[in-house]
Design a protein around this ligand. Structure first.
Ligand code: CA
Length: 240
């Protein structure tokens, strides 16, 4: 992807300016919107690669903007908000946000998250040409055969562990909430399933961690959910 186009949605001019300058300095193209209505319009008419979204907007709530955009687009959305409660993060992620940054934020961290998102977009483009196999460092999932390998050794997974691994892999790089994962794995999102999820996640991790390289694959977001890390992103992710 050359020169990604970023849509900045922020009603606070100094913050909008700070982000614009950072993007310009790092050779991104950008557009900006100061309210939700304009954001949705800009997203549909300019087809940006990534949206940076403030939640406290004068007209629509940012979460509403995410829901509206998700009805027609998979555009990656990184929320940048002063709302720091887990419940706010979960609401935004469940509505379809890809990542969440809390204000005040560091520009370096924002740039790191953008790089991760762009790498994921590029990977998704190449994955879509080869949808039957997923490769992430030493991990390989053969979707058509229904098996997974770590450093070419087959992982002996239970059906639930395998399903769990596939959900994480299909959304690699994205923070997934407990609710999203349990819905994908069990088709429902009961409280009981969150407890089961922890148990299955622990056994899955144990199997992945038999190899040194397998260790860092699954990142825990306490109180929120999990994310599979794209191998090679270690440098970016250590920034925050
Ligand atoms: Ca605001």
């Amino acid at each position: 992807m050359n020169k990604p186009l970023i849509l900045i949605v922020e009603d606070d001019p100094p913050i909008r300016n700070l982000i614009s300058v950072a993007l310009e300095t790092h050779d991104y193209r950008f557009l900006s919107a100061s309210n939700g209505g304009t954001a949705i319009m800009e997203a549909s008419s300019h087809n940006p690669d990534i949206m940076l979204l403030d939640l406290g907007l004068p007209d629509l709530d940012g979460v509403e903007v995410i829901r509206k955009i998700r009805s027609w687009s998979n555009l990656p959305i990184i929320v940048i908000s002063a709302r720091s409660d887990d419940s706010d993060k979960i609401e935004a992620l469940d509505a379809g946000a890809d990542d969440y940054l809390i204000k005040p934020f560091s520009v370096d961290e924002l740039l790191a998250r953008l790089r991760v998102t762009i790498r994921r977009l590029n990977q998704m483009q190449s994955d879509s040409q080869e949808t039957s196999v997923f490769i992430n460092g030493p991990l390989r999932i053969d979707y058509s055969a229904g098996c997974a390998f770590l450093s070419e050794k087959e992982l002996h997974l239970t059906p639930i562990e395998y399903k769990l691994l596939c959900v994480l892999a299909r959304n690699c790089g994205k923070v997934l909430t407990h609710k999203f994962i349990t819905q994908q794995v069990w088709g429902t999102a009961w409280e009981n399933n969150v407890a089961s999820l922890r148990v299955f996640m622990a056994t899955l991790r144990k199997k992945l961690e038999t190899s040194q390289e397998g260790q860092a694959f699954i990142q825990t977001h306490v109180g929120i959910g999990y994310r599979m890390i794209r191998a090679g992103n270690a440098v970016d992710l250590n920034d925050h």
